[in-house]
Each structure stands twice: as structure tokens, then as C-alpha cells.
Design a protein around this ligand. Structure first.
Ligand code: 2AM
Ligand code: CA
Length: 267
């Protein structure tokens, strides 16, 4: 394993231990609202600190961008860690056992290493640039479905951007009638990991942040899939609008999204 991926996995496991221990003791979880429909807990922050400590111990000069604490500047701008200590916080605070730790490393602006750790199921999804993607050490691959017929797509609702509800549910409807079914499980990181593992045939969501998708993007690409924005371009980390699937399924999804884009989602 690449030494930097090894550190990422160690950091993810230490955060995951904090999260799963606290999940058993919900009375110790303190929840705040950081924005509309947007929860954060003391556990998000404790898990984040564990990750930052692990990375900084190994690589004190690297930069870090993290969901709860923002940017930690390092002297070496070539290395940037992108962290979501607890992806699926709403599930966590409601007692639903589906969430993950997501850690990615960009080297000179390119995704290089990624880990997504589901501490409840003990699943560690990893990817290294050019070396493929793994689940608990075994190779995973995107399902090479040829169209939406018989497929299951993962998605998330635009819960923080409800002004997109009409456009989103029109897209949803267009795809839903063609698929076998849809899943809305509540963790973007795990949705992308499941695309990489071939558990779902594709995924789309509006309004995500870079830490929700950075690790998942490398997983999908290394597992033989594609990741784009809503018009097939590569603006998804800026726009937060993301599609991930095999080449053929992605083309179908983009075709179904296109009529409902309007001005603000056309990137
Ligand atoms: P979080 O739990 O770390 O906030 C749920 O749809 C998934 O999307 C979660 O992974 C959640 O991450 C993420 N998410 C973050 N911002 C979102 C937004 N504005 N709209 C939809 N999903 C968002
Ligand atoms: Ca997140």
C-alpha cells in the first residue's frame, strides 16, 4: 500500500472508532444546527481532530481542507488532504447506521489517494491513482450496465437547496420510470463507494461539497467508471452537481437530466 494511503487508512480508522463508539452512546452526542437542515455534532469535530492529528504527525507540512474546521495551511502546497470526518451526519444523529469517514489526498491538484471507511460494517474502500480500487483489499469494479433497464441508482435529495426541488424531482421521475429502483441512503461518500463496488449502477446528486465527493470520485474512476457534472464536464467539484456511473449509464443519466437543468444547474 502507498505510504500516504496507509496514513489515510490509519486516520480513517481512528475517526471511525470514535464515531462507532459514540453511536452506541447517543446520550453523549451533542447536536447543533450549522445551517438550514444541516446538523453537526461534537463527534464530527472529535473525529476530524483525530484525522488531522494522524496526518500532521506523518506529514506536518501538508495542507488540509476539512468540512468542520476549514483550511489548515501547510508549507507544502503540492499536497492537499480533503476530509469529511462524518459523511451522513443526519443518519448518525438520528441513529441510522449508515455513514462514513471520507479522506482524499490531492497531489499537485490531482486526486491521488482515497479512503472511505464505513465503521458500522467494517468496510474500507481504498484507491490509489493508477492502481485500481479495493474493498477490504479485494479489487472492486463499476458495474458495466449498458442502460437503465434493470438498474438501481443511488441519489440524494437537495435538502439544503430546496429551491432545486422541482428540477430535481423531474430528473428523478424521468430516471425512476426506467430503472428497477432508486436508493436514497444519506451518505454521498458511501453512494460513490457503492458505485465503485458495483452495488449500484450509478449515482447523481445536486449541491455537494468537495469533501463529500473527493475520495469517492477517485474510487469510481479507479474502479473503471466516470464522474462528471450535470452536462458531462469536469466542473463537479466547483458546482457540487455530480453524476457517477459506467460510461453507458452515465450517458443515459445525462440525457435524462438535460431537459430539467435550467440556468443554475447547467454545470
Ligand atoms: P454530510 O452528512 O457530511 O453533510 C446526503 O444527501 C449526503 O449529501 C450526505 O453525504 C451529506 O453530507 C451530503 N450533502 C452535503 N451538502 C448537501 C446538500 N447541499 N444537498 C444535498 N446533500 C448534501
Ligand atoms: Ca459530508
Amino acid at each position: 500500500m502507498h505510504p500516504m494511503l496507509n496514513i489515510a487508512v490509519r486516520a480513517a480508522r481512528s475517526a471511525g472508532n470514535i464515531i462507532s463508539r459514540s453511536f452506541e452512546q447517543q446520550d453523549k452526542v451533542e447536536v447543533e444546527l450549522k445551517g438550514t437542515n444541516d446538523f453537526v455534532s461534537n463527534i464530527d469535530k472529535a473525529a476530524e481532530q483525530a484525522i488531522i492529528d494522524t496526518i500532521q504527525k506523518a506529514y506536518p507540512n501538508h495542507c488540509i481542507v476539512s468540512e468542520e474546521c476549514g483550511v489548515v495551511d501547510g508549507s507544502d502546497q503540492d499536497y492537499q488532504w480533503i476530509i469529511d470526518p462524518l459523511d451522513g451526519t443526519t443518519n448518525f444523529v438520528k441513529g441510522i447506521p449508515h455513514f462514513a469517514v471520507s479522506i482524499a489526498l490531492k497531489v499537485k491538484g490531482k486526486l491521488d489517494q482515497a479512503v472511505i471507511y464505513d465503521p458500522i460494517r467494517g468496510e474500507v474502500f481504498t484507491a490509489s491513482r493508477g492502481k485500481g480500487a479495493q474493498l477490504n483489499g479485494s479489487r472492486i469494479r463499476v458495474k458495466q450496465s449498458k442502460d437503465l433497464n434493470g438498474s438501481v441508482l443511488a441519489t440524494g435529495f437537495p435538502f439544503k437547496k430546496k429551491h432545486h426541488s422541482d428540477a430535481y424531482f423531474e430528473m428523478f421521475k424521468t430516471m425512476f420510470v426506467k430503472t428497477a429502483d432508486m436508493r436514497r441512503a444519506g451518505s454521498a461518500a458511501l453512494d460513490l463507494a457503492y458505485v465503485a463496488a458495483g452495488r449500484v449502477d450509478g449515482y447523481f446528486e445536486i449541491g455537494l461539497k468537495p469533501w463529500d465527493t473527493a475520495a469517492g470520485e477517485l474510487l469510481v474512476v479507479e474502479a473503471g467508471g466516470l464522474v462528471t457534472d450535470f452536462v458531462g464536464g469536469h466542473n463537479h467539484s466547483q458546482s457540487g452537481n455530480i453524476v457517477a456511473a459506467s460510461t453507458k449509464v452515465l450517458k443515459e443519466i445525462l440525457k435524462d437530466i438535460r431537459p430539467h437543468l435550467g440556468e443554475s444547474l447547467s454545470k
